[in-house]
Design a protein around this ligand. Sequence first.
Ligand code: NAP
Length: 295
Amino acid sequence: MSAIILDGKVTGKKLRENAKERTTLLRKQGHTPCLAVILVGDNPASHSYVKAKEKALAEAGMEGRSLRLGGETSEAELLGVIKSLNADDSVHGILVQLPLPRHIREAVVINAVDPRKDVDCFHRVNVGKLLLEEPGFLPCTPHGVIQLLREHKIPTKGAHAVVIGRSNIVGKPLAMLLARKEFNATVTMCHTGTKNLAFHTRQADILIAAVGQPGLITGDMVKRGAAVIDVGVNRVSVAGETGYRLTGDVVFEEAAQIAGWITPVPGGVGPMTIAMLMLNSLSAAEIRYGGKCGT
Ligand code: NAP
Protein backbone atom coordinates (compact mmCIF):
# COMPACT_ATOMS: atom_id res chain seq x y z
CA MET A 1 0.00 0.00 0.00
CA SER A 2 1.40 3.37 -0.96
CA ALA A 3 -1.35 5.84 -0.06
CA ILE A 4 -1.29 8.03 3.04
CA ILE A 5 -4.27 7.19 5.25
CA LEU A 6 -6.52 10.14 5.99
CA ASP A 7 -7.41 9.25 9.55
CA GLY A 8 -10.67 10.95 10.46
CA LYS A 9 -10.43 9.71 14.02
CA VAL A 10 -7.22 11.68 14.63
CA THR A 11 -8.32 14.85 12.82
CA GLY A 12 -11.83 14.61 14.25
CA LYS A 13 -10.43 14.31 17.77
CA LYS A 14 -8.44 17.53 17.35
CA LEU A 15 -11.58 19.35 16.25
CA ARG A 16 -13.62 17.87 19.09
CA GLU A 17 -10.96 19.02 21.55
CA ASN A 18 -11.32 22.52 20.14
CA ALA A 19 -15.09 22.23 20.64
CA LYS A 20 -14.52 21.08 24.21
CA GLU A 21 -12.31 24.09 25.02
CA ARG A 22 -14.84 26.53 23.58
CA THR A 23 -17.65 24.74 25.41
CA THR A 24 -15.78 25.16 28.69
CA LEU A 25 -15.56 28.91 28.06
CA LEU A 26 -19.26 29.13 27.30
CA ARG A 27 -20.15 27.09 30.36
CA LYS A 28 -18.11 29.47 32.51
CA GLN A 29 -20.49 32.17 31.28
CA GLY A 30 -23.40 30.00 32.43
CA HIS A 31 -24.45 28.57 29.07
CA THR A 32 -24.31 24.86 28.21
CA PRO A 33 -24.64 24.16 24.47
CA CYS A 34 -27.50 21.73 23.91
CA LEU A 35 -28.27 19.61 20.87
CA ALA A 36 -31.63 17.86 20.64
CA VAL A 37 -31.50 14.69 18.54
CA ILE A 38 -34.79 13.25 17.31
CA LEU A 39 -34.92 9.63 16.24
CA VAL A 40 -38.11 8.17 14.81
CA GLY A 41 -38.45 4.41 14.48
CA ASP A 42 -35.98 1.59 14.94
CA ASN A 43 -33.54 1.74 12.04
CA PRO A 44 -30.47 -0.01 13.55
CA ALA A 45 -27.93 2.16 11.70
CA SER A 46 -29.73 5.32 12.89
CA HIS A 47 -29.64 4.05 16.47
CA SER A 48 -25.89 3.57 16.31
CA TYR A 49 -25.39 7.03 14.74
CA VAL A 50 -27.43 8.64 17.52
CA LYS A 51 -25.42 6.79 20.19
CA ALA A 52 -22.17 8.03 18.64
CA LYS A 53 -23.51 11.59 18.69
CA GLU A 54 -24.59 11.30 22.34
CA LYS A 55 -21.12 10.05 23.28
CA ALA A 56 -19.37 12.88 21.41
CA LEU A 57 -21.66 15.50 23.01
CA ALA A 58 -20.95 14.16 26.50
CA GLU A 59 -17.19 14.14 25.83
CA ALA A 60 -17.30 17.75 24.67
CA GLY A 61 -19.21 18.82 27.79
CA MET A 62 -22.35 19.62 25.83
CA GLU A 63 -25.88 18.56 26.64
CA GLY A 64 -27.45 15.97 24.38
CA ARG A 65 -31.22 15.71 24.56
CA SER A 66 -32.30 12.58 22.71
CA LEU A 67 -35.92 12.05 21.81
CA ARG A 68 -36.61 8.52 20.67
CA LEU A 69 -40.04 8.34 19.06
CA GLY A 70 -41.88 5.22 17.93
CA GLY A 71 -42.04 4.28 14.27
CA GLU A 72 -45.80 4.97 14.28
CA THR A 73 -45.29 8.65 15.20
CA SER A 74 -47.28 10.80 12.78
CA GLU A 75 -45.85 13.69 10.80
CA ALA A 76 -48.05 16.11 12.79
CA GLU A 77 -46.74 14.73 16.10
CA LEU A 78 -43.16 15.06 14.91
CA LEU A 79 -43.80 18.64 13.76
CA GLY A 80 -45.26 19.34 17.21
CA VAL A 81 -42.05 18.10 18.87
CA ILE A 82 -39.95 20.27 16.56
CA LYS A 83 -42.14 23.29 17.27
CA SER A 84 -41.61 22.96 21.00
CA LEU A 85 -37.83 22.52 20.57
CA ASN A 86 -37.75 25.58 18.30
CA ALA A 87 -39.37 27.57 21.12
CA ASP A 88 -37.12 26.16 23.86
CA ASP A 89 -34.32 28.66 24.60
CA SER A 90 -32.19 26.04 26.31
CA VAL A 91 -31.94 24.06 23.04
CA HIS A 92 -29.41 25.49 20.55
CA GLY A 93 -29.37 22.81 17.88
CA ILE A 94 -31.94 20.36 16.55
CA LEU A 95 -31.07 17.30 14.50
CA VAL A 96 -33.63 14.97 13.00
CA GLN A 97 -31.94 11.67 12.27
CA LEU A 98 -32.62 10.55 8.69
CA PRO A 99 -34.07 8.50 7.13
CA LEU A 100 -37.57 9.02 8.51
CA PRO A 101 -40.32 6.40 8.20
CA ARG A 102 -41.96 6.51 4.77
CA HIS A 103 -45.21 8.10 5.98
CA ILE A 104 -43.34 11.26 7.06
CA ARG A 105 -42.25 13.82 4.47
CA GLU A 106 -38.57 14.55 5.04
CA ALA A 107 -38.59 17.94 3.35
CA VAL A 108 -41.52 19.17 5.48
CA VAL A 109 -39.76 18.08 8.65
CA ILE A 110 -36.36 19.50 7.70
CA ASN A 111 -37.87 22.86 6.83
CA ALA A 112 -39.82 22.97 10.11
CA VAL A 113 -36.60 23.28 12.11
CA ASP A 114 -35.70 26.87 13.03
CA PRO A 115 -32.82 27.67 10.61
CA ARG A 116 -30.82 29.08 13.54
CA LYS A 117 -30.97 25.63 15.15
CA ASP A 118 -30.46 23.67 11.92
CA VAL A 119 -26.97 22.38 12.73
CA ASP A 120 -27.19 19.83 9.90
CA CYS A 121 -27.56 22.72 7.42
CA PHE A 122 -30.40 20.97 5.58
CA HIS A 123 -32.99 23.77 5.84
CA ARG A 124 -33.61 25.58 2.54
CA VAL A 125 -32.54 28.89 4.10
CA ASN A 126 -29.17 27.45 5.12
CA VAL A 127 -28.73 25.67 1.79
CA GLY A 128 -29.35 29.05 0.11
CA LYS A 129 -26.75 30.71 2.34
CA LEU A 130 -24.26 27.98 1.46
CA LEU A 131 -24.82 28.58 -2.24
CA LEU A 132 -24.58 32.36 -1.88
CA GLU A 133 -21.54 32.05 0.40
CA GLU A 134 -23.24 33.98 3.19
CA PRO A 135 -22.13 33.29 6.77
CA GLY A 136 -23.93 30.31 8.23
CA PHE A 137 -23.62 26.67 9.09
CA LEU A 138 -21.89 24.32 6.69
CA PRO A 139 -23.27 20.79 6.32
CA CYS A 140 -21.34 18.38 8.52
CA THR A 141 -20.18 15.68 6.09
CA PRO A 142 -19.09 18.00 3.24
CA HIS A 143 -17.41 20.33 5.73
CA GLY A 144 -15.72 17.33 7.36
CA VAL A 145 -14.31 16.30 3.99
CA ILE A 146 -12.98 19.83 3.41
CA GLN A 147 -11.33 19.81 6.85
CA LEU A 148 -9.70 16.46 6.13
CA LEU A 149 -8.24 17.82 2.88
CA ARG A 150 -7.07 20.97 4.68
CA GLU A 151 -5.48 19.11 7.57
CA HIS A 152 -3.43 16.99 5.15
CA LYS A 153 -2.59 19.98 2.93
CA ILE A 154 -4.08 18.28 -0.10
CA PRO A 155 -4.09 20.92 -2.84
CA THR A 156 -7.53 21.88 -4.09
CA LYS A 157 -6.63 24.98 -6.12
CA GLY A 158 -6.70 24.06 -9.79
CA ALA A 159 -7.33 20.42 -8.87
CA HIS A 160 -9.96 18.42 -10.71
CA ALA A 161 -12.42 17.14 -8.11
CA VAL A 162 -14.83 14.45 -9.21
CA VAL A 163 -17.78 14.00 -6.86
CA ILE A 164 -19.87 10.87 -7.39
CA GLY A 165 -23.33 11.40 -5.96
CA ARG A 166 -25.59 14.45 -6.03
CA SER A 167 -27.60 14.13 -2.83
CA ASN A 168 -28.70 17.28 -1.03
CA ILE A 169 -26.74 16.29 2.05
CA VAL A 170 -23.39 15.21 0.59
CA GLY A 171 -22.73 15.40 -3.16
CA LYS A 172 -24.30 18.75 -4.06
CA PRO A 173 -23.03 20.79 -1.10
CA LEU A 174 -19.57 19.26 -1.36
CA ALA A 175 -19.36 20.16 -5.04
CA MET A 176 -20.49 23.70 -4.17
CA LEU A 177 -17.84 24.05 -1.47
CA LEU A 178 -15.00 22.74 -3.61
CA ALA A 179 -15.95 25.13 -6.42
CA ARG A 180 -15.75 28.15 -4.10
CA LYS A 181 -12.93 30.54 -5.00
CA GLU A 182 -11.40 29.74 -1.61
CA PHE A 183 -10.77 26.14 -2.76
CA ASN A 184 -10.80 26.78 -6.52
CA ALA A 185 -11.23 23.20 -7.66
CA THR A 186 -12.73 22.34 -11.04
CA VAL A 187 -15.65 20.12 -10.14
CA THR A 188 -17.31 17.32 -12.07
CA MET A 189 -20.43 15.79 -10.54
CA CYS A 190 -21.35 12.22 -11.48
CA HIS A 191 -24.59 10.31 -10.90
CA THR A 192 -26.60 7.46 -12.35
CA GLY A 193 -27.00 9.39 -15.60
CA THR A 194 -23.22 9.64 -16.08
CA LYS A 195 -21.90 7.71 -19.07
CA ASN A 196 -18.61 5.90 -18.56
CA LEU A 197 -18.04 6.71 -14.89
CA ALA A 198 -14.47 5.38 -15.00
CA PHE A 199 -13.54 7.92 -17.70
CA HIS A 200 -14.38 10.69 -15.22
CA THR A 201 -12.96 9.11 -12.08
CA ARG A 202 -9.60 8.47 -13.78
CA GLN A 203 -9.20 12.21 -14.32
CA ALA A 204 -9.78 13.09 -10.68
CA ASP A 205 -7.03 14.62 -8.57
CA ILE A 206 -9.58 14.45 -5.77
CA LEU A 207 -12.08 11.62 -6.08
CA ILE A 208 -15.05 11.65 -3.75
CA ALA A 209 -17.46 8.73 -3.66
CA ALA A 210 -20.78 9.49 -1.94
CA VAL A 211 -22.95 6.81 -3.45
CA GLY A 212 -23.86 3.99 -1.07
CA GLN A 213 -22.71 1.11 -3.28
CA PRO A 214 -20.01 -1.15 -1.90
CA GLY A 215 -17.13 -1.73 -4.26
CA LEU A 216 -18.30 0.69 -6.97
CA ILE A 217 -14.86 2.30 -7.27
CA THR A 218 -12.16 -0.18 -8.13
CA GLY A 219 -8.42 0.46 -8.29
CA ASP A 220 -8.40 0.82 -12.08
CA MET A 221 -10.79 3.79 -11.77
CA VAL A 222 -8.32 5.82 -9.69
CA LYS A 223 -5.67 8.22 -11.04
CA ARG A 224 -2.19 7.62 -9.64
CA GLY A 225 -1.51 9.92 -6.69
CA ALA A 226 -5.12 11.06 -6.31
CA ALA A 227 -6.80 11.82 -3.00
CA VAL A 228 -9.62 9.32 -2.61
CA ILE A 229 -12.36 10.25 -0.18
CA ASP A 230 -14.83 7.47 0.51
CA VAL A 231 -18.01 8.88 2.06
CA GLY A 232 -19.99 5.68 1.57
CA VAL A 233 -21.02 3.65 4.59
CA ASN A 234 -22.51 0.31 3.61
CA ARG A 235 -23.46 -2.64 5.76
CA VAL A 236 -22.35 -5.85 4.10
CA SER A 237 -23.56 -9.18 5.50
CA VAL A 238 -20.91 -11.44 7.00
CA ALA A 239 -20.94 -14.41 9.31
CA GLY A 240 -20.25 -13.54 12.94
CA GLU A 241 -21.74 -11.86 15.98
CA THR A 242 -23.03 -8.65 14.38
CA GLY A 243 -23.85 -10.25 11.03
CA TYR A 244 -22.41 -7.33 9.08
CA ARG A 245 -19.32 -5.26 8.50
CA LEU A 246 -19.05 -1.66 7.34
CA THR A 247 -17.50 -0.90 4.00
CA GLY A 248 -17.25 2.11 1.75
CA ASP A 249 -17.93 2.66 -1.95
CA VAL A 250 -14.26 2.19 -2.81
CA VAL A 251 -12.36 -1.10 -2.96
CA PHE A 252 -9.85 0.12 -0.38
CA GLU A 253 -7.12 -2.49 -0.91
CA GLU A 254 -6.98 -1.77 -4.65
CA ALA A 255 -7.32 2.02 -4.52
CA ALA A 256 -4.72 2.33 -1.75
CA GLN A 257 -2.08 0.91 -4.15
CA ILE A 258 -2.69 3.73 -6.63
CA ALA A 259 -3.89 6.74 -4.63
CA GLY A 260 -1.70 9.31 -2.88
CA TRP A 261 -4.15 9.62 0.01
CA ILE A 262 -7.18 7.58 0.98
CA THR A 263 -9.82 7.51 3.71
CA PRO A 264 -10.63 4.21 5.43
CA VAL A 265 -14.18 3.09 6.15
CA PRO A 266 -14.85 3.12 9.02
CA GLY A 267 -12.58 5.78 10.54
CA GLY A 268 -12.38 8.29 7.67
CA VAL A 269 -15.23 10.66 6.91
CA GLY A 270 -17.60 9.36 9.63
CA PRO A 271 -15.66 10.77 12.63
CA MET A 272 -15.24 14.06 10.75
CA THR A 273 -19.02 14.34 10.35
CA ILE A 274 -19.49 13.97 14.09
CA ALA A 275 -16.75 16.50 14.85
CA MET A 276 -18.34 19.07 12.53
CA LEU A 277 -21.71 18.44 14.16
CA MET A 278 -20.18 19.23 17.56
CA LEU A 279 -18.70 22.45 16.18
CA ASN A 280 -21.97 23.50 14.53
CA SER A 281 -23.91 22.84 17.73
CA LEU A 282 -21.40 24.85 19.69
CA SER A 283 -21.52 27.65 17.11
CA ALA A 284 -25.31 27.75 17.37
CA ALA A 285 -24.97 28.31 21.11
CA GLU A 286 -22.16 30.86 20.73
CA ILE A 287 -24.24 32.84 18.22
CA ARG A 288 -27.19 32.83 20.60
CA TYR A 289 -25.03 34.53 23.20
CA GLY A 290 -23.49 37.08 20.86
CA GLY A 291 -20.72 35.21 18.98
CA LYS A 292 -20.19 35.09 15.23
CA CYS A 293 -20.99 32.16 12.97
CA GLY A 294 -18.01 30.19 11.75
CA THR A 295 -17.03 26.69 12.67
P1 NAP B 1 -28.16 9.11 -1.69
O1 NAP B 1 -29.06 10.21 -1.33
O2 NAP B 1 -28.70 7.74 -1.87
O3 NAP B 1 -27.42 9.54 -3.05
C1 NAP B 1 -26.60 8.64 -3.73
C2 NAP B 1 -26.09 9.30 -4.99
O4 NAP B 1 -25.27 8.38 -5.67
C3 NAP B 1 -27.20 9.71 -5.96
O5 NAP B 1 -26.94 11.01 -6.44
C4 NAP B 1 -27.12 8.67 -7.07
O6 NAP B 1 -27.41 9.17 -8.34
C5 NAP B 1 -25.63 8.33 -7.03
N1 NAP B 1 -25.41 6.98 -7.56
C6 NAP B 1 -26.00 5.82 -7.18
N2 NAP B 1 -25.50 4.79 -7.88
C7 NAP B 1 -24.60 5.30 -8.73
C8 NAP B 1 -23.76 4.75 -9.73
N3 NAP B 1 -23.74 3.44 -9.99
N4 NAP B 1 -22.96 5.57 -10.42
C9 NAP B 1 -22.95 6.90 -10.18
N5 NAP B 1 -23.72 7.48 -9.25
C10 NAP B 1 -24.53 6.69 -8.53
O7 NAP B 1 -26.97 8.95 -0.68
P2 NAP B 1 -26.25 9.99 0.36
O8 NAP B 1 -27.20 10.33 1.43
O9 NAP B 1 -25.56 11.07 -0.39
O10 NAP B 1 -25.15 9.00 0.95
C11 NAP B 1 -24.21 8.37 0.13
C12 NAP B 1 -23.38 7.41 0.96
O11 NAP B 1 -22.70 8.16 1.95
C13 NAP B 1 -24.20 6.37 1.74
O12 NAP B 1 -23.45 5.18 1.81
C14 NAP B 1 -24.34 6.98 3.11
O13 NAP B 1 -24.51 6.00 4.12
C15 NAP B 1 -23.00 7.66 3.24
N6 NAP B 1 -22.97 8.79 4.17
C16 NAP B 1 -21.93 8.81 5.02
C17 NAP B 1 -21.80 9.86 5.89
C18 NAP B 1 -20.63 9.89 6.81
O14 NAP B 1 -20.60 10.65 7.74
N7 NAP B 1 -19.60 9.07 6.56
C19 NAP B 1 -22.74 10.88 5.91
C20 NAP B 1 -23.79 10.84 5.00
C21 NAP B 1 -23.89 9.78 4.11
P3 NAP B 1 -28.89 9.69 -8.77
O15 NAP B 1 -29.01 11.05 -8.16
O16 NAP B 1 -28.83 9.71 -10.24
O17 NAP B 1 -29.84 8.70 -8.18
